[in-house]
Write a protein that binds this ligand. Structure first.
Ligand code: PMP
Length: 438
């Protein structure tokens, strides 16, 4: 099939057939006119053959870009060989997938596979509870951990409200200097303030009641908030002091997004459990999981883990993990993401902030950036959602697929984007922000 085979009538059919689907987080009947028919690398095409640059990586998951030939080939080969096998069966490609994952992280002992990110979080919490015999989990208000029972309750944003079915969830404010609750003036003060706050919450709730502290290594959906130096280390010490398990959620930030294989490797902190999904195979087949330290694994040498899923370690997912990690390693894709952050996206976005008053702050690293949009730089008042919706439409019209959340544009292209395409994306952002101001 080539692009010549694209048929505009298929776009109309896709929009008509949308009536059969109740979409995630959507009111039924709100059909998105934008259709995606094909993808290759950072490029997408709709059914009319219009080309777009994907600056969203979909849901920040296609780290390796669309239709990577080595990953596609591995899935096809595996489908012909053995497409499904029961979860606890010993199977070579499953073992290879776990081995590849463990090769990118220090001092971790095993992988528990799930179908995606939320159930990875669900199982990490369960492991911490079984390991400690305690219930409570401390997470950030500014976080997103997934939309299943414990994961949505661990999530701090408004989406947890109305889903209050689980118990034992306690939240605190993690560091965010630009919108600091107490207007700390430096990253060091903000880290210290946030650690004092977490300490006080744990003391007030009873330290011996906490199974886990769980934070995103870089909070993503909540605004791409790289932790200030010392914060994750401080949480590690707090967890150690009270025998609490430290879970780092790397579902969005992991597998190269920040320019390291795992985002916490910037901070030199040692987690007990790490959740992953998205970038591990760039979403070509749904998969996620939990990486366990030897100490936590010890608990499950003594007793069986009370949980499992039909598709855990699915062969197609496993084959795609092996191929994606090998391709990322061989092609230097994580190093390229670091280069993009340091040399193109970081400086380029900061330059945009010099020209466009609407940009209050630029934050991020690697291919993981946020533009925090404000009505007034002095008050830092966030722009209205309608402003972001307007910018989103204008970006799409110019062939740039954006990721937006609240008052922000997240600049999160696949890590394989070329320097020239990254610059082209910055130009489109510049044009659209310029037209908005005019
Ligand atoms: N944790 C984090 C940090 C995430 O960003 C997400 C998804 N955006 C999840 C968990 C949930 O993953 P999934 O949607 O695959 O269930």
């Amino acid at each position: 099939m080539t692009l010549h085979d694209l048929d505009p009538a298929d776009g109309d059919r896709a929009r008509a057939l949308d009536a059969h689907i109740l979409h995630s987080w959507s009111k039924h009947g709100t059909t998105n006119p934008f259709t995606v028919a094909r993808g290759e690398g950072v490029r997408l095409w709709d059914h009319d053959g219009r080309e777009y640059l994907d600056f969203s990586s979909q849901l920040v998951n296609t780290n390796i870009g669309h239709s990577h030939p080595k990953v596609v080939e591995a899935i096809q080969r595996q489908a012909a060989e053995l497409a499904t096998v029961a979860p606890a069966t010993t199977n070579l490609v499953r073992g290879e997938a776990a081995e590849r994952i463990l090769s990118k992280i220090d001092d971790m002992a095993a992988v528990f596979f799930t179908n995606g990110g939320a159930d990875a979080v669900e199982n990490a919490i369960r492991m911490a509870r079984v390991h400690t015999g305690r219930t409570k989990v401390l997470t950030h208000y500014r976080s997103y951990h997934g939309n299943t029972g414990a994961a949505i309750n661990a999530t701090g944003d408004h989406r947890r409200l109305g889903n209050e079915f689980a118990t034992g969830h306690v939240h605190c404010f993690g560091p965010f200097l630009y919108r600091s609750e107490f207007w700390a003036e430096t990253e060091e003060q903000e880290a210290e303030r946030a650690l004092q706050h977490a300490r006080r919450v744990i003391e007030a709730e009873g330290p011996s009641t906490f199974a886990a502290i769980m934070v995103e290594a870089v909070p993503g959906t909540a605004g791409i908030l790289p932790p200030p130096p010392g914060y994750l280390q401080g949480l590690r010490e707090l967890a150690d002091r009270h025998g609490i398990v430290l879970i780092l959620d790397e579902v969005m930030a992991g597998f190269g997004r920040t320019g390291h294989w795992f985002a916490h490797q910037h901070d030199g902190v040692r987690p007990d459990l790490v959740t992953f999904a998205k970038g591990v195979n760039s979403g070509y087949v749904p998969v996620g999981g939990v990486i366990l330290s030897d100490e936590i694994l010890g608990t499950f040498r003594e007793r069986a883990i009370p949980g499992g899923l039909t598709y855990a370690g699915h062969p197609l997912a496993a084959a795609s993990i092996v191929a994606a990690i090998d391709a990322m390693t061989d092609e230097g894709i994580v190093e390229h993401a670091a280069h993009l952050g340091e040399d193109i996206l970081g400086p380029g976005l900061r330059e945009l902030a010099e020209r466009h008053e609407i940009i209050g702050e630029v934050r991020g690293r690697g291919c993981f950036w946020a533009l925090d949009l404000v009505t007034d730089r002095a008050t830092r008042e966030p722009v209205d959602a309608s402003v972001v919706a307007g910018l989103k439409g204008k970006l799409l019209e110019r062939g740039y697929v954006p990721f937006t959340a609240d008052n922000r544009i997240h600049v999160v292209p696949p890590l394989v984007i070329s320097d020239d395409d990254a610059r082209r994306g910055l130009e489109i952002l510049d044009e659209v922000l310029g037209a908005h101001a005019a």
